[in-house]
Design a protein around this ligand. Structure first.
Ligand code: 5CA
Length: 441
């Protein structure tokens, strides 16, 4: 992308209502625009990051055996009356009436709808286990939307729903998602810690929140220090092997970790002081096992091998890709701006032309741009007629992992400068060497 043709509305300062650094940086780097309280447009740069997160989330869902569908944002109240949640959900649910005076709602989650799909099409235990997921916008009329897309009213959620014949099967399904989440967050460059959690309006008695530690997090959390060093399950883990998955989950749940709602002061105090971590955290994922709560209420039954009908055991599994954009910035930024992990960066490399309009630097930048694109990289070329200082500041602010700085002095010796955003390290290289270095990652 040539920056002169892009929409990148950079702002020197963030509006005062932006309280936390991720919100400030998302506004300053032109990633989002607020349209109403807690409702945002995603501008080109923000959307690119959101899409890269979604892609990793999908790849790990698919790897774990979940199947993607797409359910609508608008749902019928009748479905929610079947589970009893239409009244129970309260003011967080945005209720809508259509022209025929039918009661509708903007979905805050999809347990009822997916249970309806299941009961329509699946009749036998032979079709189990089944896990259906979608990535769709949700609406929750939060009393206090705040921190930008971190706690918004409209937000993107990946929600998966598992169906099993019995509790043992459901446990395996739960563990599949547990391990998929460990892999997802690690691939995003985050250390997420699974913590026993409260189930709230979703229900059930087995639940984990996946929390990343950040000083601006909304939750108070307590955990064992070992979590900071644990290794992520490999890509080739056998998701069909219930024993292997259970062992991984046991390992990740064997040490103390809890949010303030579930905190056991005595158990935490029993840990040696050097092993206690007490911090703030951001909830980036939440998984639930709730047995037959929805299948019983909505008549989702399958024929078992015993010739009898069984209410299916279900779980639901959420990740917030839009919240993750903000969480990633909270976890990775400095005074100059965002420092994207390679896996989610909006562009792979920024090419900075220090003298746009100069035939030599223009040609070198265009060549490099073409070579990057041919190497499968996604380059952003700052070809604007701007001072070098403004180009450096923009590149640092938007946090592209590599910068190739092209100026007439260096070019006279056949060299460009390659800067790694995260470390600030700069080296002088030929354009070919710079390209090789960038594409090696
Ligand atoms: N049905 C279940 C699981 S699919 C569910 O709704 N779970 S949840 O309420 O915990 O939400 C799942 C994830 O969505 C959260 O972990 C969080 O990452 C994201 N999320 C929830 N509320 C918001 C919000 N107001 N703004 C941004 N992201 C949110």
């Amino acid at each position: 992308m040539y920056l002169s043709r892009y929409l990148l509305p950079i702002a020197r300062e963030a509006p005062r209502e932006a309280e936390i650094v991720s919100h400030q940086l998302m506004l300053r780097s032109g990633m989002i625009r607020q349209q109403a309280a807690g409702i945002y447009s995603w501008l080109p740069l923000g959307l690119k990051v959101l899409r890269r997160i979604e892609r990793i989330v999908r790849e790990e869902q698919d790897r774990a055996g979940a199947i993607e569908i797409l359910m609508p944002t608008i749902q019928s109240a009748d479905l929610w009356r079947e589970s009893g949640r239409y009244d129970a959900y309260g003011k967080e649910m945005l209720r809508i009436e259509d022209r025929h005076e039918r009661e509708m709602l903007f979905g805050p989650t999809n347990e009822e709808m997916v249970t309806d799909i299941f009961r329509t099409y699946v009749k036998s235990y032979k079709d189990l286990p089944l896990n259906l997921y979608h990535v769709q916008w949700k609406f929750r009329d939060e009393v206090r939307p705040r921190f930008g897309v971190m706690r918004s009213r409209e937000f993107l959620m990946k929600d998966a729903y598992s169906f099993d014949l019995d509790q043992a099967g459901a446990r395996h399904s739960y563990n599949r998602m547990f391990v998929a989440y460990l892999r997802t967050f690690a691939r995003l460059g985050l250390k997420a810690i699974p913590m026993r959690a409260d189930t709230g309006p979703i229900g059930g008695d087995l639940s984990h929140e996946f929390i990343i530690l950040a000083s601006t997090g909304e939750s108070e959390v307590f955990c064992h220090k070992d979590f900071l060093e644990m290794t992520t399950p490999p890509a080739d883990v056998d998701f069909d092997d219930a024993g292997v998955l259970q062992a991984i989950v046991n390992d990740w749940t064997g040490r103390y970790a809890a949010t303030s709602e579930m905190h056991d002061t005595a158990a935490f105090a029993a840990l040696p002081e050097a092993e206690q971590v007490s911090a703030r955290g951001i909830e980036v994922g939440h998984i639930f096992y709730f047995g037959t709560k929805y299948s019983a209420a909505m008549g989702a039954r399958v024929m078992g091998p015993d010739g009898h009908e069984h209410e299916v055991h279900m779980g639901s599994y959420g990740i917030g890709p839009s919240r993750l954009v903000a969480a990633l910035i909270e976890a990775s930024h400095d005074e100059a701006g965002i420092v994207w992990p390679d896996a989610v960066a909006p562009f792979d490399v920024a090419i900075l032309n220090l003298r746009s309009g100069d035939a030599g630097t223009d040609a070198a930048c265009r060549d490099l741009y073409g070579a990057c694109a041919r190497a499968g990289l996604d380059p952003l070329y700052d070809d604007r007629d701007e001072r070098a200082g403004a180009k450096f500041a923009t590149a640092d602010l938007i946090g592209v992992p590599w910068q190739v700085i092209v100026g007439p002095k260096g070019l006279a010796e056949g060299k460009v400068e390659l800067k790694r955003r995260a470390s600030g390290e700069r080296v002088s290289l030929t354009p070919d060497e710079a390209l090789r270095r960038v594409s090696a990652l």
